[in-house]
Design a protein around this ligand. Structure first.
Ligand SMILES: [Zn+2]
Length: 345
């Protein structure tokens, strides 16, 4: 395995704004009491599924901010989903409070800059699976106190009252679009200036959401691959990429090997950069971003197995001839531009 990382790549990862649009590091604490404040030896379970990240490794990897996902378990009742969401949000608040200033919430772009100036990692609170809020649908995102919520992924791996998933579970549902409740939710999120995240959603529901959404606000897809490189139900086609870019939003490429790797293609982290390059080609270099999905039960490419390897991704970009400015945009500046549009502060 060639895991060469130059001083240039390390310096770039350390010095630039690096925002990971999707981390699931609040899942392992629920599963087995994993403490994200403690440094874990890399590669628990060979680097598969969980244990990719903790706060020391985020710092070591140069990660200046991330969308910390609170992921919904769809197999609970609507009421229980909300109770569990509240509990998980309390856990996230507790983690930030216990971090001794290493972590701080960023509700908007101005707060992000303040957090960064203080040398902390910016925590952007996010929900994966809007059915966490189904029991409080009247309030929508306003149910989350302190304006903490920055983004909601409308659906996850299962169908929801809001619409159909892109996963094979969509076959359980005759209507693969966005429901009236889903359209209403998009309007609520727009009104509250919370990112509407169209990762995981069925293509039909995707286009309904684009229609329902206020086109003057940026849409995002936080973690995905692209069909232009690999045909897969989890990935976006070129029209979808352009639709996100047209709103001033960004598309984050994720690290799940099975969504990314193509026949005859690279076997290491270069596969991530291939997907990013397709986004650049189709939708322009202002639309590309990173959303690893670390700790989200994924198997990352072999040289990106844990959160210390962000500089290794930068090395792949350098090796493929990316100009420095494009690297900076993909790692954080593009997203921060969208954040500034939606939530200037
Ligand atoms: Zn996901």
């Amino acid at each position: 395995m060639d895991a060469h990382v130059s001083d240039e790549a390390r310096a770039l990862a350390r010095d630039c704004e690096l925002v990971d649009l999707h981390i699931d590091t609040m899942i392992p604490p629920r599963l087995w009491g994993y403490d994200p404040l403690v440094r874990h030896r890399g590669a628990i379970l060979g680097g598969r599924f969980f244990g990719h990240l903790d706060v020391p490794r985020l710092q070591e990897g140069g990660v200046s901010g991330a969308m910390w996902s609170l992921t919904t378990n769809p197999f609970r009742t609507a009421r229980r989903r909300y109770v569990m969401f509240e509990r998980n949000l309390a856990r996230l608040r507790d983690l930030v409070a216990r971090s001794g200033g290493a972590l701080a919430f960023a509700r908007d772009a101005a707060e992000y800059r303040r957090v960064r100036a203080a040398g902390a990692h910016a925590v952007l609170a996010a929900i994966q699976g809007a059915n966490a809020l189904e029991a409080v649908a009247d309030l929508g995102p306003a149910a989350v106190p302190d304006d903490l919520l920055t983004r909601v992924t409308l659906v996850h791996l299962t169908n929801a009252v809001y619409g159909a998933t892109s996963s094979p579970f969509s076959w359980l549902r005759r209507d693969r679009g966005l429901s009236a409740a889903g359209r209403h939710l998009v309007e609520q999120l727009d009104a509250a200036r919370v990112f509407v995240d169209l990762a995981h959603i069925h293509p039909q529901a995707f286009w309904h959401a684009v229609e329902a959404h206020d086109s003057s606000l940026p849409l995002i897809v936080t973690h995905t691959g692209v069909r232009g490189v690999k045909q897969h139900w989890r990935n976006l086609d070129d029209d979808q990429l352009r639709a996100i870019a047209d709103t001033g939003g960004v598309v984050g490429v994720m690290y799940q090997t099975s969504f990314l790797s193509r026949k005859g293609g690279p076997r290491d982290g270069a596969m991530v950069v291939e997907h990013m390059e397709h986004i650049v080609k189709v939708a322009g270099e202002d639309a590309v971003a990173l959303g690893t999905d670390y700790d989200g039960a994924i198997t990352p490419p072999r040289d990106l197995r844990d959160g210390t390897s962000y500089p290794r991704l930068v090395q792949h970009m350098i090796d493929r001839g990316w100009p420095t400015e494009r690297i900076r945009k993909a790692l954080g500046l593009n997203f921060l531009r969208s954040f500034e549009m939606l939530r200037p502060g």
